[in-house]
Design a protein around this ligand. Structure first.
Ligand code: TPP
Length: 905
């Protein structure tokens, strides 16, 4: 969009008017009536005063190229001078208006119940679209609002209020995080769902925290969750059928969720999937983005070619104001919105802004809680929650923007909370003035009801009958609690071919081998480039060494490529995301090549394996751990036929995503019956790099594993943790992750220094049909061995090398525990039987308070006891450490010598 000559001329000639109009566009929100309590601390906004711009009250000003008018303000007779076509850049016709009329129009648009912030948007087209849209009052709602629509808004508000009251009455000690004060959230969502359905969106992924969740869930026109199920849960019953999900533990009521196909008129409907979420506010945001992206990709596969990202699926995220302003994952997730491998066509964000028990001045450093969204140049609409029709209009504008530009947009729904943080809390402790005001005012549904009564749309009788009828419905559901039987629906849809991991049908050890000829073909394919591709000269060596290695032994990157390619040939998709994953942190992967002249990228496996093969997506990401890992979790939830991998640049950076791991990875199956095949690749191993970069915190994952200390049944374990020491082991692990008939998170302490080690390399025979992943690897057994050293990962090779140089090679045996969770009890029993009466040593690189030691000790003791070994285990490793490793090179070297000596001597 650009200005026409006449428009530019008018902008020059009437520069004071332009300044005034632009000022109102920019600053109007600062004076808009957006705060229902009118408690916002605001200075008068001088910039809105036309007298500051040398404009004359008595004068008329031409608006061409400066300001838009709604049809109602347009002249009925055509303008006298020939005017250009109206454009989005400003009123095209040469219409003039008096300053008074201009001011009135601007105040009605910009200083009413919606405050607009769009002038910060970096794209000119977006700013122009916005001003045109709001100044012409373009709206999909006929003006005035239809009565039927108003009645529906009232019903939504009323039902929310009645549900809150009902819960308050029946369960007076319940923390329900009610919607009271923020009821407009429901018409906001109802409007959004409806206009989305009318616009062809078939799938909405919805994430939200606790606030108002129950009202939204139970509303019969929204998620239509069975109130009996809610009441039964509040009474202490599980929300699922325990017989179908052994090991599941459930979650609290404020984390319940539902999916529903919501019907609207004209045969239109939209599936709304409300995601489970943990208490960790905002952590669900990237997960919702991942689920949306997955849905989007799936829907696009079955849509016409011209279909674009965001046409069919949309992410809607609700946020709390304090959490949106305060939580880092918000900016990490917003930062994903425009990235090619993470976008889903624009998210609609709604901040349910009810304030916080701490005043805003102490809870954030910005004026609005929405300010963080400006980092992506996102438009923001602040709207007064006391005016549900204005809320519906704000949602409509936001949605139209999203549809137009396929970008994120934020609605800051400013409300208040009638009670404290929850209903058992006393807000007057910290906000006495605010609560004096709140106690003295009618509720949002009551205010709106009064307005509709005044307009003759509702009568006292119809309103009170509707309230009674809804209460009767709730009572009816309440009376059915005892006979209610919860169902589990986790194995439906795309999950119908999968089983519950703790059930008897679970196949834990599928055959993962692949014939050698095929493996060679895949490995070659992984480095096959078109002849005219301008490859970096140093990568020629990478290719030739991969091809050469196929005749002898292969390294980790080759085994990984073979795992990917073989899975792709079986129809699985593979995705690795992380920082620079196409190349690999250690410049080992090179699954993607960049043409040195054109900078075009090529992923050979995607080109070479045939039409029916799955795809390899190398999702180089932003520098985020929490959001990127969360995104991949979302993908894994939605698509069991995808191998979703996230690779940390170094293993310890995973702790930036610790709450994602704690809440969405290790407990999702038990809480929400959610399976996930997510793979976390965490480079681990000591090489003198210092406190960071050395360890992926093995101890932390092992502490999160629910594996028993004495034995395991394999099935009900929440997490697989592996420290694979050979390429073949990695190959089987990745394939096993997809070939099992269930999904479970896999954490791999992945190699660094071993990546190219000839000692670690594997022959193709170790990957051939009939071979599988080995939880434990025994070295050669010496009949005269007096000691067995158990260890894991790279340390094995350090010990092996030292043993070879020592005089102990026939008296010491080495055994690698590759899979630490689930702990390989039965395999270890077989091994330790051979060492009765002999010394058992656990050796590790990590300090004694870290690594696997605390985890393996009781488990080894249990195995020793069960095989009748009466000795004790000796620990050989570093002493306890405040850090992971020393940062002084000479000390590191000395420590390595000491721990090796400690194990062998
Ligand atoms: C990451 C995180 N930190 C702290 C909490 C504890 N907590 C629960 S609700 C809440 C207040 C949230 O305020 P806001 O985001 O404005 O939402 P509201 O409850 O007001 O709707 C806090 C601090 C939490 N749930 N998650």
């Amino acid at each position: 969009m650009s200005y026409q000559t006449e428009e530019l001329d008018n902008r020059n000639e009437n520069a004071p008017l332009l300044r005034y109009v632009e000022s109102v566009r920019r600053h109007g929100h600062r004076a808009a009536q957006i705060d229902p309590l009118d408690l916002m601390d605001r200075d008068p906004v001088g910039a809105l005063n036309p007298s500051r711009y040398d404009l004359q009250t008595s004068q008329s000003y031409p608006l061409q190229g400066i300001l838009h008018l709604p049809p109602s303000l347009k002249p009925t007779t055509p303008p006298t001078t020939a005017a250009p076509e109206r454009t989005e850049t400003g009123e095209g016709s040469n219409v003039s208006k008096s300053l008074e009329e201009i001011e009135k129009h601007l105040m009605e648009v910009y200083v009413d119940k919606i405050g607009f912030e769009y002038m910060h948007c970096p794209e000119k087209n977006e700013r122009l679209w916005f001003s045109h849209h709001v100044e012409t009052e373009a709206s999909s709602f006929p003006e005035p609002f239809e009565n039927q629509r108003k009645e529906h808004i009232w019903e939504l508000l009323m039902r929310s209020e009645e549900l809150d009251r009902f819960l308050g009455k029946k369960f007076p000690n319940l923390k329900r995080y009610g919607c009271e004060g923020a009821e407009s959230m429901l018409p906001a969502l109802s409007t959004l769902f409806e206009i989305s359905a009318q616009s062809g969106i078939s799938s909405i992924v919805l994430s939200l925290p606790h606030r108002g969740r129950l009202s939204l869930l139970c509303d019969p026109d929204l998620l239509d969750f069975n109130p009996t199920a809610l009441f039964s849960k509040i009474k202490g019953k599980p929300e699922f059928d325990p017989s179908s999900a052994p090991g599941a533990t459930g979650d609290v009521i404020s984390h319940l969720s539902a999916t529903r196909e919501i019907p609207f008129g004209n045969d239109k409907s939209v599936q709304v999937k409300m995601l489970q979420n943990p208490s960790h506010l905002e952590a669900v945001n990237p997960v919702a983005l991942g689920v949306t992206r997955s849905k989007q990709m799936e829907l696009l596969k079955s849509s016409p070619k011209e279909c674009q990202l965001g046409d069919k699926a949309m992410c809607v995220q609700l946020h709390g104001d304090a959490a949106f302003a305060g939580q880092g994952v918000v900016s990490e997730s917003l930062g994903l919105s425009g990235l090619p491998h993470f976008g889903s066509g624009g998210t609609v964000h709604i901040i349910v802004n009810i304030g916080y028990t701490t005043p805003a001045s102490l809870a954030r450093s910005s004026v609005y809680s929405s300010d963080v969204a400006k980092m992506i140049g996102c438009p923001i609409l602040h709207v007064n929650g006391d005016y549900p029709e204005a809320v519906a209009r704000a949602v409509d504008i936001a949605f139209r923007y999203r549809q137009m530009f396929r970008k994120d947009v934020v609605i800051d729904l400013i409300c208040y909370r009638r009670w404290g943080h929850n209903e058992l809390d006393e807000p007057g402790y910290t906000q006495p003035k605010m609560y004096e005001k709140i106690r003295g005012r009618k509720s949002v549904p009551e205010l709106y009801e009064a307005r509709l009564k005044e307009q003759g749309i509702l009568t006292e009788e119809t309103a009170s009958q509707a309230r009674k009828a809804y209460n009767a419905r709730l009572e009816d559901h309440f009376s059915q609690i005892e006979s209610y039987k919860a169902k589990s629906d986790m194995l439906e849809g795309k999950w119908k071919d999968y089983v519950w991991p703790a059930g008897s049908e679970a196949q834990h050890h599928p055959d993962t081998g692949v014939n050698n000829a095929e493996l060679k073909e895949i490995a070659k394919a992984s480095v096959t480039l078109p002849e005219d591709f301008n490859i970096h000269s140093r990568l020629k060596r990478h290719i030739s060494s991969r091809l050469k290695s196929l005749e002898a032994k292969v390294d980790f990157a080759t085994a990984e490529a073979m795992a990917f390619g073989s899975l792709m040939k079986e129809g699985y998709d593979v995705r690795i995301s992380g920082q620079d994953v196409g190349r690999g942190t250690f410049s080992q992967r090179h699954a993607m090549f960049v043409d040195q002249k054109t900078e075009s990228c090529l992923i050979p496996l995607n080109e070479q394996l045939g039409e029916d093969a799955g795809k390899l997506e190398l999702a180089n990401s932003s520098l985020s751990e929490m959001a990127v890992l969360g995104f991949e979790v979302g993908l894994s939830w939605s698509n069991p036929k995808l191998l979703p991998m996230w690779e940390a640049q170094f293993g310890d950076f995973m702790n930036g995503a610790q709450s994602m791991i704690d809440t969405f990875i290790v407990g999702a199956q038990a809480k929400w019956l959610k399976q996930s095949g997510i793979v976390m690749m965490l480079p681990h191993g000591y090489d003198g790099a210092g406190p960071e970069h050395s360890s992926c915190k093995i101890e932390r994952f092992l502490q999160l594993s629910n594996d028993s200390r004495t034995s395991n049944t394999h099935g009900d374990i929440n997490l697989t943790f592996v420290n694979p020491s050979t390429p073949a082991q990695l190959f089987h692990l990745l394939r096993r992750q997809m070939k099992r008939n269930y999904r479970r998170p896999l954490v791999i302490a992945s190699p660094k220094g071993l990546l190219r080690s000839p000692l670690a390399a594997s022959s193709l025979e170790d990957m051939t049909p009939g071979t599988t992943f080995q939880p434990l690897l025994e070295g050669p057994t010496n009949p005269s061995a007096q000691r067995v050293i158990l260890c894991s990962g790279k340390h094995y090779y350090t010990l092996l090398e030292a043993l070879g140089k020592s005089d102990k090679s026939s008296s010491v045996d080495l055994v690698r525990i590759e899979e630490l969770s689930p702990f390989p009890y039965s395999e270890l029993e077989k091994v330790l039987k051979k060492y009765k009466g002999k010394e058992v040593v656990w050796a590790q690189e990590e300090p004694s308070n870290q690594g696997a030691w605390s985890y393996v000790k009781p488990r080894l003791e249990s195995v020793m006891e069960s095989v009748g070994h009466e000795g004790k285990i000796r620990y050989a490793g570093r002493a306890g450490g405040a850090t992971t490793a020393v940062a002084v090179g000479e000390w590191h070297k000395k420590e390595v010598e000491e721990i090796v000596r400690d194990a062998l001597d």
